[in-house]
Design a protein around this ligand. Structure first.
Ligand code: NAD
Length: 275
């Protein structure tokens, strides 16, 4: 049961299931990422603002895994948007990661009040041209941000990483992105504990039917609706649980039932308000 890959609009492939390290303490990161690699994860999602790129890099370096078998994403923080500042921030990130290149580099938030995401994207296009980021993309972009980007720049983002789970699916953003060949990465795929996803009857019923856990059912819903996901856990047993999702499939009826959970609305920050 190996992890499926998706092909991005630039021809590169990405493992559809990875491991996220938001809120993973810098001091614990190496242990946690090493556990994740041992469990079988090959795709790691970090960001400069998480403060743990060095720990991720140490875990990658001490593993015996070929670089070409790994997929590493990091992100440009809002206060580094611009041209030279983005180049500098990128250099700092790959230095901390100890890598020659990252697989994917993202603008973390549009931060529209600063009005620098177009300029930053042009810097990312140059970083991609240099080969030091194989793919480039955005995160937390809503339709107005994406449409402006597509109108004013040359490279269509490979991905848009947005908050997405059964209770908050952002259908307009994903439909727009997919129409333009932009893959959707779902952050907070398990609802970050802010949404009572695991208590929903349709989740519990599907879990019971397949002899799997509610978390596994929610991850399966993501995989079967073409999202890229990287659930986070510091607990090795849960890392393994979240990775053990390739021995069952939700029925179309179950997928539709989970999709029917869209009703809670946004509880996290609105992209227009994060600077
Ligand atoms: P998540 O939905 O993955 O939730 C993580 C929480 O769920 C954990 O703290 C844990 O308590 C719980 N959990 C994990 N596995 C479980 C299991 N099997 N059973 C029960 N509970 C379980 O939320 P997240 O970590 O915020 O999102 C995943 C990743 O997305 C992050 O680590 C990060 O890489 C990325 N992310 C990106 C942004 C962005 O702005 N681009 C924002 C947030 C997160």
């Amino acid at each position: 049961h190996s992890v499926p890959t998706l092909t991005l609009n630039d021809g590169h492939t990405i493992p559809q299931l990875g491991f996220g390290v938001f809120k993973v303490e810098p001091t614990e990161t190496t242990r946690i990422v090493s556990d994740a690699l041992e469990v079988g994860y090959r795709h790691i999602d970090t960001a400069a603002i998480y403060g743990n790129e060095e720990g991720v890099g140490a875990a990658l370096a001490s593993s015996a895994i070929d670089r070409s078998d790994l997929f590493v994403t990091t992100k440009l923080w809002n206060d580094r948007q611009g041209t030279q500042s983005a180049f500098d921030a990128f250099d700092e990130s790959i230095d901390k990661l100890g890598l020659d290149y990252v697989d994917l580099y993202l603008i973390h938030w549009p931060a529209p009040a600063n009005d620098k995401y177009i300029e930053s994207w042009k810097a990312l296009e140059q970083i991609r041209d240099s080969g030091r980021a194989r793919s480039i993309g955005v995160s937390n972009f809503l339709v107005p941000h994406l449409s402006r980007l597509l109108a004013e720049t040359d490279v269509v983002p490979a991905v848009n990483q947005i908050e997405l789970h059964p209770a908050h699916q952002q259908p307009e953003v994903s439909a727009y992105a997919r129409r333009h060949g932009i893959a959707i990465e779902a952050w907070g795929p398990l609802g970050q504990g802010k949404y009572p996803l695991f208590d929903e009857t349709v989740v519990a019923v599907a879990a019971e039917a397949h002899g799997k856990t509610p978390a596994q059912v929610v991850i399966r819903w993501h995989l079967q609706t073409d999202n890229i996901v990287f659930p986070k856990s510091s607990n090795r047993a849960r890392m393994a649980e979240n990775f053990d999702v390739f021995d069952f499939e939700l029925t179309p009826v179950e997928v539709r039932a989970l999709s029917g959970l869209e009703r809670v609305g946004r509880v996290s920050a609105h992209p227009d308000e994060v600077n």
